[in-house]
Design a protein around this ligand. Structure first.
Ligand SMILES: Nc1ncnc2c1ncn2[C@@H]1O[C@H](COP(=O)(O)OP(=O)(O)OP(=O)(O)O)[C@@H](O)[C@H]1O
Ligand SMILES: [Mg+2]
Length: 334
């Protein structure tokens, strides 16, 4: 059994060789401080966000694309792997994708956690490499392809050819930053404090970063900052646009920067092949159109962008000896 894990800031996905995606849950852990024990992970823990008594904390151990809480990250990984493998006797090989800002020491801790959960061998893969393979691109040939993977904590942009990364850039601007910007905007404009989950839903329901025209809107609920009482307000695509467009432009500027550093032959290939958008942020309404217009290169949203990285691990297993950059046998850390 081969297992691929996308250890994302927002979501963890697990891919099993012949079955496909078997687990897809938010990267959240609920912890009982009194008992010093994990009480829930994933979906179950997500429901508890902002709703716990004092002795229980709910954490996103990988917020902002870094491991902010080692112990919790390890506990979460072991819990997810055990959920998938059950009490089986054989030991799986694991290909794991960790966020790009995670340090070597942190990756090693994550690898150890996977071993504790029963892995025989653990390999690490860079996110954009997995993402572009999951988008269905054959990266083994001498042809340049560019991927922009917009996750919860980080945006990873890379140009890949012949199984290697040629140019890359990681930025800490992604979904979570957009949610925070919406919280701030609604507070300033309407004097209502909303939660980040509410802001994320508003982003999904009412964003239009290409041509806001009042056609998309959503009602958000929160607490009035002056009166202190519950309150709701209708937020339109104009509002969301105002709130997030600067961050969205920073992401597009990141892609421009990578393009500028790309050798000319490969730039020509990308012009022909287009740019692949993966990760949940690829679904931001109007982003593909805005990016295509700004860059003058066709940008395609990959099929099922949220699962590209996890599905990409399948190809990683097939090419385990062929991949160069970003595909390291863990023993290399020793
Ligand atoms: N329809 C949508 N419109 C806008 N954003 C969306 C949509 N669907 C999901 N997202 C955003 O995508 C992000 C999650 O994407 P994804 O699961 O690819 O991240 P991740 O892999 O966990 O994070 P990272 O790659 O940074 O570690 C969240 O911020 C979520 O709000
Ligand atoms: Mg990701």
């Amino acid at each position: 059994m081969d297992i691929g894990i996308d250890l994302g800031t927002a979501n963890v996905l697990i891919f099993v060789g012949n079955k496909g995606i078997v687990l897809n849950e938010p990267s959240v852990v609920a912890f009982n401080k009194k008992l010093n024990d994990v009480i829930a992970v994933g979906d179950e823990a997500y429901k508890m966000i902002g709703r716990t008594p004092e002795h229980i904390t709910v954490v996103r151990p990988l917020s902002d694309g870094v491991i902010s809480d080692h112990k919790m990250t390890e506990r979460m990984i072991t819990a997810f792997i055990e959920k998938v493998t059950g009490k089986q006797l054989f030991m799986p090989n694991i290909v794991m994708c960790v966020p790009s800002y995670v340090t070597d020491v942190e990756s090693r801790a994550v690898v150890e956690a996977a071993k504790i959960a029963g892995a025989r061998q653990v390999y690490l893969i860079e996110e954009p490499v997995a993402a572009i393979m999951g988008a269905g691109v054959d990266i083994s040939v001498p042809d340049g392809n560019m991927v922009v993977d917009i996750g919860g904590g980080t945006t990873d942009i890379a140009v890949i050819s012949m199984n290697g990364v040629v140019v890359k850039l990681s930025m800490k601007i992604a979904g979570e930053k957009l949610d925070k910007a919406i919280v701030k905007y609604v507070g300033n404009r309407y004097r209502i404090l909303i939660g980040e989950k509410t802001a994320e839903n508003a982003k999904m329901a009412a964003a239009n970063v290409y041509s806001p025209d009042g056609g998309r809107s959503v009602t958000v609920k929160g607490r009035h900052l002056v009166r202190g009482l519950p309150e709701q307000v209708e937020v339109t695509d104009y509002d969301i646009y105002e709130a997030i467009i600067d961050h969205v432009r920073e992401i597009i500027d990141g892609a421009k920067n990578v393009f500028e550093r790309t050798p000319p032959e490969l730039a020509g290939d990308i012009y022909k092949n287009g740019i692949y958008l993966t990760g949940g942020g690829a679904l931001l309404y109007g982003l593909d159109k805005l990016m295509s217009a700004e860059l003058g290169v066709e940008c395609h949203i990959a099929e099922d962008p949220l699962s590209c990285v996890a599905r990409g691990t399948k190809y990683a297993f097939k090419n385990i000896d062929k991949l160069l950059d970003g595909f390291e046998h863990v023993s290399m850390y020793k």
